[in-house]
Design a protein around this ligand. Sequence first.
Ligand SMILES: NC(=O)C1=CN([C@@H]2O[C@H](COP(=O)(O)OP(=O)(O)OC[C@H]3O[C@@H](n4cnc5c(N)ncnc54)[C@H](OP(=O)(O)O)[C@@H]3O)[C@@H](O)[C@H]2O)C=CC1
Ligand SMILES: O=C([O-])CC(=O)C(=O)O
Length: 442
Amino acid sequence: MGVAEFIPSSSSLTKKASFYSSQLSYVSSKISHQRRLSFKPLSRTHNYSQICCSVTSKEAQAPTVEQTDDPKKKSECYGVFCLTYDLKAEEETSSWKKMITVSVSGAAGMIANHLLFKLASGEVFGPDQPIALRLLGSERSIQALEGVAMELEDSLYPLLREVNIGIDPYDVFQDAEWALLIGAKPRGPGMERAGLLDINGQIFAEQGKALNAVASRNVKVIVVGNPCNTNALICLKNAPNIPAKNFHALTRLDENRAKCQLALKAGVFYDKVSNVTIWGNHSTTQVPDFLNAKINGLPVKEVIKDTKWLEEEFTEKVQKRGGVLIQKWGRSSAASTAVSIVDAIRSLVTPTPEGDWFSTGVYTNGNPYGIAEDIVFSMPCKSKGDGDYELVKEVIFDDYLWNRIKKSEDELLAEKRCVAHLTGEGIAVCDLPGDTMLPGEM
Ligand SMILES: NC(=O)C1=CN([C@@H]2O[C@H](COP(=O)(O)OP(=O)(O)OC[C@H]3O[C@@H](n4cnc5c(N)ncnc54)[C@H](OP(=O)(O)O)[C@@H]3O)[C@@H](O)[C@H]2O)C=CC1
Ligand SMILES: O=C([O-])CC(=O)C(=O)O
C-alpha cells in the first residue's frame, strides 16, 4: 500500500482556467435541410444564441458575405463559416422544441468522435430537438477540433444549429444544459493512481468552477473521464450552486457489458435482460449485481444456476472487460462508451420502463441502502424522463453482494481522501488500496 501526501501548492489551488485567451467559435444553423451559416469570433461575454441566426420562412434568403479588413478577424474564419446570412425575424420551425445547449469536453478525442454525431443526428434528444454543440479542446487539440467542426458541418444535420469550439471552459460551458465531461489524461505506464487522481482532479475542479459560474443552474453533468466517480465528486464540490444530484459518473458502459455477458450465458438476446445494477466505482472493484437482475422477467439465479460462474467469471469479466478490449484494440473502448453515454442521457430524458431501472454513478446523499454518504457511487435509478432521477428502493442484498459493495465503497472513500485538496476538505492523504485499477488496466 503506497502512502503519499498531497499538500496543495498555491498554484494548484489558485490556478485559474489557463485557457482564457484565444478561442475560435463557429456557429452554424441548418434549417429545412438548407444551410444558413455564420461565423463570429465570440468574446467571453457574448450571448451565443442571440448572435446566431433566426429565420422568417423556410425559403432561403440570399447570403451576404461579411467583408472585413481586420486581418485578425480574417484569420479566424474559413470556408463557409465566413458567410453570414442576414436572417431577420424569429425562427418559425414551430414543430421543433427550443434549442438545447450541450457542452462536451475532450471533444477531439476518440469517444467524442462517435458521440458528437449521435448528438447531432437527433438520436439522443429526439428528432424535433435542435441542438447547439459547444466543444472544449485545448491548445494541443484546437486544430483537431476545427476538423471535428468541419466534419459536423459536412454531415448536414438539420437539427444541429450551432457548433462552437473553444479552449476556455468559462466560454464553452456558457448556458450549458448538458455538460458531457470526457476529456482527461489517460494513465500512462508507471503513473501512480494517486498521480492520475491529482492531474485529472485538477481538470475537474477547474471545470466544476466554470460550470458553477456560467452553466445553466439546472445543468446535468455526466463525467466520463477517469477516474470518473471521484472526478465527478471533485466537479460537484467545486460547483456549489448546482445541485449535487445533477452530477453523474458514467457506469452505463459497465451495465451494458454486464447485460451482454448475462445474455450470452443464458442464450437469450440481450433485450431480455433487465434490472441490472452496477454498484460502486467505475474500476475493477465495481459490482455487477446478478442478485437483483432479471432475464425474461425471472431472477437471473433462476435462469443461470451456475453460481460459481456468476460470482467469479461473470463478475471478473465485467470488471475487466475494458482491459481485455484495450489488449485487442490497442486503445480503450470508444464507440461502445459513446453508445453508453447516449443510453445514460436517454435514461434521464425518457421515462424508465415500468419495473426496470438503470445504473448511474450519483452523489450519495440520503441513500436508502446504507452506503457511505458524500461520495459518487453507482446505484440503481429510475426517471420520469424529466432529466431527474430517484433511487430504486426495491432491491435485496445478500452477504456476497454487500461485501463486494463495501470493498468498492472503501476504495471510493480512499480516493476521496486522496483528493481532499481538490474538494476543499483539507490536506489530502493518499492511502489507496494497491489493487485500485480502472477497468482498462490489467
Ligand atoms: N467511464 C467510462 O465508462 C469510460 C471512461 N473512459 C475515459 O474517458 C476518457 C476519454 O477517453 P478517450 O476519448 O478514448 O480518450 P482520448 O485520448 O481519445 O481523448 C481524451 C481527451 O482528453 C483530453 N485531455 C484533457 N487533459 C489531458 C491531459 N492532461 N493529457 C492528455 N489529454 C488530455 C485531450 O483533449 P484536449 O487536448 O482537447 O484536452 C484528449 O483529446 C479517458 O479518461 C478514459 O479513461 C473511457 C472509456 C469508458
Ligand atoms: O480504463 C479506461 O480508460 C477504459 C475504461 O474505463 C473502460 O473501458 O471501462
